[in-house]
Ligand binder design. Structure first.
Ligand code: NAD
Ligand code: SER
Length: 310
């Protein structure tokens, strides 16, 4: 059995995914890697390496010299940060993917996980119950990079037989590691501000409905997809994945059930335009048919968990 390498392991998803995979496979079998030199305290129980996904040769020799046969590639710039540095975002989000896809094509990797996003959809996409196969005209550099990445994943699968699996994650909500610069980050920040100061100024309008998911569901979906028999899978671009949809107003009202004096204000900024281009809700019937996906957390359970742990 080869080892698993998680690149971007110090981030919001990577830190929790590393913990979950180490629990399944053992600490030494799961190597966490990130451009950050310092190992996050959550990950000190297993191997941690500084690795820059932009350094193709360094990544290639690391994979070949450490008996890695599976990579989770999470390093990327998210939607809001990417808009501030489009050229770098495009290079980071695409070049690393090619490095890993090529390693698999050459036979050094058995399997890859690479996340996509609801950002692959755009203003012309049907926005309620967005289907798996639909119009996709993303208007952000992040969305364009994710859509291109999906096309390349499917191409490497169909042309070279590469086993690369992917999910279009909705906005992810968690309390173990902070989010990394996305448009859905408000739905994490709000909990910290609600508890610390009893009020929050939201950068989206009160009625902006977006697809979201509690991190435990996202980690379970990721591992279930990666363990699914290959012959059951019909989607080799990226699976639609649905959890819960809500607006800032609905989230604030749910928080007020626990903190009655909580006040929310609205000052939309450039992220409003990004959010307006994304769907309200997602149809993930391919995921439920192919690998029995079903989310566990609704809005009230998510809010209780977040307020309990923060
Ligand atoms: P994050 O920003 O929290 O973490 C990304 C990690 O990658 C960081 O720790 C960062 O230091 C690391 N990194 C950056 N540049 C690197 C480099 N050159 N080499 C190695 N590591 C580098 O992001 P996240 O929220 O954990 O997202 C992980 C993946 O999931 C991304 O591809 C993102 O697009 C996707 N995704 C996330 C969400 C979400 O809501 N969090 C939703 C949809 C898709
Ligand atoms: N949560 C992510 C973002 O807002 C969606 O991919 O960028």
């Amino acid at each position: 059995m080869g080892k698993t390498l998680i690149i971007g392991a110090a981030g919001q998803i990577g830190s929790e995914l590393t913990l979950a995979l180490r629990q399944k496979k053992g600490n030494e079998a799961v190597i966490a890697a990130d451009i950050k030199s310092e190992c996050p305290s959550l990950l000190i129980d297993g191997p941690y390496h500084r690795l820059d996904i932009m350094n193709r040769e360094e990544v290639r020799s690391f994979v070949q010299n450490n008996a890695i046969d599976e990579v989770y590639l999470l390093a990327a710039l998210l939607s809001a940060t990417a808009e501030k540095n489009p050229d770098f975002a495009w290079r980071l989000n695409m070049e690393g993917l090619f490095t890993i896809l090529d390693l698999a094509k050459e036979g050094f990797l058995q399997r890859i996980f690479w996340p996509s996003s609801i950002a692959v959809f755009g203003p012309t996409t049907p926005n309620e119950g967005t289907p798996q196969h639909t119009v996709m005209e993303p208007s952000t550099v992040y969305g364009i990079s994710k859509q291109a990445g999906e096309r390349w994943c499917e191409y490497y699968h169909n042309t070279f037989g590469v086993d690369v699996r992917s999910l279009r994650y909705p906005g992810l909500i968690s309390y173990k590691s902070p989010p990394g610069g996305g448009t859905t980050d408000y739905a994490v920040d709000i909990f910290y501000k609600a508890k610390a100061q009893g009020n929050y100024t939201c950068f989206l309008n009160k009625d902006t409905e977006l697809p979201m998911m509690f991190m435990d569901d996202a980690i379970r979906a990721t591992i279930t997809l990666m363990e699914a028999p290959k012959e059951n899978l019909r989607i080799w671009s990226s699976y639609n994945l649905s959890g819960i949809s809500f607006t800032p107003d609905q989230l604030a009202k749910e928080i007020q059930k626990h903190i009655p004096d909580f006040i929310i204000r609205y000052e939309p900024d450039f992220r409003q335009t990004i959010a307006d281009s994304w769907p309200n809700s997602i149809d993930d019937s391919y995921a439920s048919e192919d690998w029995n996906w079903k989310p566990a957390y609704n809005l009230s359970e998510l809010v209780s968990e977040m307020l309990h742990h923060i």
